[in-house]
Design a protein around this ligand. Structure first.
Ligand SMILES: [Zn+2]
Length: 416
């Protein structure tokens, strides 16, 4: 593999314009003594909404790599793939996030059920991993577990094998994700999931469980942070066991899909990473696009006018925009200004409402979520939008780099 560091960060670049500014932020981390592999992630859904392809992302990334003389590894993530869309990514990507969420609760044939049940029963009815309470199960637990995860794990094996028909295992990162599935996992379930994947000869670099609490797009975590801390610590213990005692790679690590900006979790995660001396992949979403909007507002009148006009369209088409994001965006419509009202705002008001600074009295998380899902509208403006991105390049890049380094990398990986 082209050297995936112990720490890695997934970033989104909706319009393939900000790879350099994002890479600058990661470069600053290396300058501060922490190696973090950059991973550009963009899902099939995002490509469809914009009408882009992985080729545009990799070209932008390669250009940035050249301009900054980047000598470390970098990755392109086929984000949340299934057998249906893996071919869209397969030639270009070197990081594959195999999404099994859709197959959770799908039915198994009797043969499949028997095969998986026998694998679990090889363990007997309990196991104890270092530092964790004894995991115990009985026949009915196993039946329920397989009803929930059995088909999904067999599907993971299929996609995994398919990827390996085109790529060497060593040159690629493989992740299994369940974060968009219907249920959160317990440590015991993660243990059994990893055990079965090992038995099915699926070797992982990272695994993304679903955590308790809400991970909405572009805003902070909503849930019990103490519970998150305990759940994460248990997951890390399970992973450490698999690193040492099983056929999984020693660098197997936890992947946390955040939907971006889970600021209240960063200090907790930083302490856990120190405590366990373990790696982490942090996946953020396309909030770089919001920094583009902030840069446009700060840049000048034409930029500000564009953002106001985009907002008017977003309000008019809010229902369609929300459709693909129903489960991961929650907008309180009462808290959104009317477009006429927003037209009277100056740049500072708009920037302070949009920028994710929770201590700013003007910050509006509903406005932020609406802009977050409006990137498809910006794409419809075509060259008008792309030219503005060039006109206000320096303001945009400053915001993109600052956001990624100061608000994400620093608190999470540097602990400050
Ligand atoms: Zn995800």
């Amino acid at each position: 593999m082209p050297n995936l560091e112990k720490f890695s960060i997934g970033v989104g670049d909706r319009f393939a314009r900000e790879a350099k500014a994002q890479l600058e932020a990661v470069k600053k981390a290396y300058e501060n003594g922490i190696g973090i592999s950059p991973v550009w992630n963009k899902s099939y859904r995002e490509h469809q909404i914009i009408g882009s392809s992985p080729k545009s992302t990799i070209e932008a990334v390669q250009k940035a790599v050249k301009e900054l003389n980047w000598s470390h590894g970098y990755f392109l993530d086929a984000d949340h793939i299934s057998l249906k869309n893996v071919d869209f990514f397969i030639d270009i990507c070197n990081f594959f996030t195999i999404d099994i969420a859709e197959e959770i609760n799908a039915s198994l044939s009797e043969d499949e059920e028997r095969k998986l049940r026998n694998l679990i029963l090889k363990l007997g009815f309990q196991t104890q991993l270092a530092n964790l309470p004894i995991f115990q199960w009985n026949e009915s637990f196993v039946a329920n577990f397989l009803k929930t995860y059995g088909k999904a794990l067999l599907e993971a094996q299929k996609i995994y094998r398919y990827i390996l028909t085109k790529h060497s295992r060593q040159q690629n990162v493989i992740e299994i994700s369940m974060d968009e599935g219907p249920v959160a996992q317990s440590a015991q379930e993660i243990y059994l999931i990893l055990y079965l994947l090992t038995q099915l000869n699926v070797k992982l670099d990272t695994i993304a469980p679903r955590f308790a609490g809400l991970f909405l797009k572009g805003i902070d975590y909503q849930g019990n942070t103490e519970q998150f801390k305990n759940q994460t610590a248990d997951f890390l213990k399970v992973l450490q066991w698999f690193q040492k005692h099983s056929g999984q790679p020693e660098h197997l690590k936890l992947s946390l899909h955040t939907g971006s900006d889970k600021f209240s979790l960063y200090p907790i995660l930083n302490r856990l990473l120190n405590q366990f001396q373990t790696g982490l992949h942090l996946k953020t979403a396309g909030t770089t696009w919001l920094e583009e909007l902030i840069g446009l507002c700060e840049g000048g009148a034409a930029g500000l006018q564009f953002v106001k006009s985009l907002y008017r369209s977003a309000i008019a088409q809010m229902d369609q925009l929300l459709q693909p994001y129903a489960a991961i965006v929650r907008i309180d419509r009462q808290n959104l200004p009317l477009p006429d009202e927003l037209d009277n705002w100056n740049a500072e008001q708009l920037v302070r409402s949009l920028r994710h600074n929770q201590s700013d009295s003007l910050f509006n998380k509903d406005l932020r979520q609406l802009f977050h899902i409006s990137y498809g509208l910006a794409a419809q403006y075509g060259n008008t939008f792309y030219e503005l991105l060039e006109t206000y390049r320096s303001e945009i890049e400053r915001n993109v780099t600052e956001n990624l380094f100061d608000r994400h990398i620093k608190p999470l990986f540097l602990g400050g």
